[in-house]
Ligand binder design. Structure first.
Ligand code: HEM
Length: 488
């Protein structure tokens, strides 16, 4: 009898040990690793290949407890898709992962890249520039620039598929300059050069991260990539310098007109807050101001145009949804009225379309956090010092969304009981360091879509689109082109 009891105790102790070991184990490795180089061969290649591998890792992680590990040579990266684990990391790890360092030649210590200690202070100073009361004053710009876009589209109406992405990007660049950066920008050659340089530098940034031997500044200095990056940086900085110079001469030359947004409250663009804080309190030096402007320019043109592109393709591929959007716009706005802040809250179906589009095509598919200590997740332990990516795209396609998770169904947003919960939807990031431009982006995208859908019937086929990952999600072939017909 004593032997049986002893045996049971031993079995129980072994079971506890196994459970504990599983919990303290790192996430399992993604299948397909090679000796020494690990998963490098899977990721070496263009942005399409990287995007396919991110999806492969994401799908695999669902089957193994919401986390997988990949190795690029000696570099270990965790991909996390479990919603609770993503939340744990986003709320407890406040430092950005060292992967953001590869963008520092461009963005320096901007809000996006800065250390938590610096971020806390800067965020407090700069976040008022994105308060609702300020954003409401941008409605005129959102409307007038949307009307310009509609006019620009006019020459393509009834003439078959056309590339509207370039127009969307130019438009977004104008909008960010005229709102957060407070200047009307007219140099279209510089804008074109800027957009080309921004695309190219993102290619070099992603390539550097994959090719781990260029992580070190010492090896990178001698690389072809460094030379390429330096030439793009010159153009990118030329743009931010031009914006700053223009705004400074307006602001300090007293030619600037401050808008009254309410009795006694003036509308101050983001850049004015930066410049005034630097003059009055010495809070930012010239380099720091330029870095914040550099990121604002990038965030403004690198995100909303992509999201609009995908939304227009989805609308063109789902005529029934498009007609519902059109009816709602007719009901709320009538024939030709500008969109105002009250209208935005009434355009509920359009809002659901944009949310669903960001779920299907998650423009910022991943964010990353630095692991400064071991982090205990539900099933695994992440080891301090490794890279950690939270796959927002993985959250959005998680089986919890149901068997129709790959389908574009804006209606799902009207059935809260069937939605899987807040943690499953995070196109603008998670935790305290989520997107400061979220409301700005939603307001500007809804305004643009209202003007475009009111004017044109869109046709497209999203199934033929190939996608690539270059920090953000982008189309890789011309299958994203849409055709438009004028609505009578
Ligand atoms: C569809 C549009 C957009 C998407 C999907 C998006 C997504 C994101 C995400 C996921 C982050 C978090 C990054 C991280 O955790 O590392 C972020 C941060 C940020 N975004 Fe956006 N964004 C969008 C539009 C914008 C716009 C229009 C602006 C500026 C006007 C902007 C400004 C920023 C800034 C400044 C940060 C850094 C915030 C901080 O760390 O405090 N974003 N964005």
């Amino acid at each position: 009898m004593f032997a049986v009891v002893l045996f049971c105790i031993a079995c129980f102790a072994y079971w506890c040990w196994c459970r504990q070991r599983a919990k303290t184990a790192e996430p399992p490795s993604l299948p397909g690793a090679w000796p020494l180089v690990g998963h490098l061969p899977l990721f070496l290649g263009d942005g399409c290949k990287i995007w396919n591998q991110i999806n492969y890792a994401s799908d695999h992680s669902y089957d193994v407890g919401g986390a997988v590990k990949i190795n690029l040579g000696p570099v270990t990266i965790y991909f996390i898709t479990d919603p609770d684990d993503c939340n744990t990391i986003a709320t407890t790890c406040m430092e950005k992962d060292p992967v953001y360092d590869v963008t520092k030649p461009w963005f320096g210590e901007s809000l996006f890249t800065s250390r938590y200690e610096v971020w806390k202070n800067d965020y407090k100073l700069l976040s008022p520039a994105f308060s609702q009361i300020i954003l409401n004053t941008f409605m005129d710009v959102f409307n007038s620039e949307s009307r310009k876009l509609v006019k620009e589209f006019d020459k393509h109406a009834g003439k078959g598929p056309f590339d509207y992405f370039t127009s969307l990007r130019h438009n977004a660049l104008n909008v960010i300059c005229m709102t957060a950066l407070g200047v009307g920008f007219t140099d279209s050659n510089l804008a074109s050069d800027y957009l080309h340089a921004a695309d190219s530098i993102l290619n070099t940034v992603v390539e550097r991260f994959i090719k781990f031997w260029w992580h070190s500044p010492y090896t990178f200095t001698w690389s072809r990539l460094k030379k390429e990056q330096d030439s793009y940086l010159k153009i990118l900085h030329k743009m931010s310098d031009a914006v700053l110079q223009k705004r400074k001469s307006e602001l300090f030359g007293n030619t600037c007109v401050e808008k009254n947004i309410a009795p006694g409250i003036k509308f101050k663009p983001f850049v004015d807050i930066l410049l005034e804080l630097s003059v009055e309190k010495g809070a930012f030096n010239d380099r720091q101001i330029r870095e914040q402007v550099d990121f604002m320019l990038a965030a403004g043109h690198e995100t909303t145009p992509n999201a609009l592109l995908f939304t227009m393709v989805l609308l063109g591929s789902h005529p029934d949804v498009q007609e519902k959007v059109f009816s709602e716009i007719q009901e709320v706005l009538g024939e030709d009225k500008d969109v105002d802040k009250m209208d935005l809250s009434k355009l509920q179906y359009l809002e659901a379309v944009v949310k669903e589009s960001l779920r299907i095509f998650t423009v910022a598919p991943a964010i990353a956090r630095r692991l400064e200590r071991d982090v205990q997740l539900k099933n695994y332990t992440l080891l301090s010092g490794q890279h950690c990516f939270l796959l927002l795209c993985g959250l959005h396609k998680h089986p919890i969304w149901g068997p129709d998770r790959y389908e574009f169904k804006p209606e799902r947003w009207f059935e809260p009981s069937k939605l899987p919960g807040n943690l499953m939807y995070a196109p603008f990031g998670l935790g305290r360091r989520h997107c400061i431009g979220k409301t700005y982006a939603m307001m500007s995208m809804k305004t643009t879509l209202a003007h475009v859908v009111r004017s044109y019937r869109i046709k497209a086929d999203h199934t033929k689109m190939r996608l690539k990952y270059l920090g953000t999600l982008k189309p890789d072939n011309d299958a994203y082109y849409i055709s438009i017909e004028k609505r009578t």
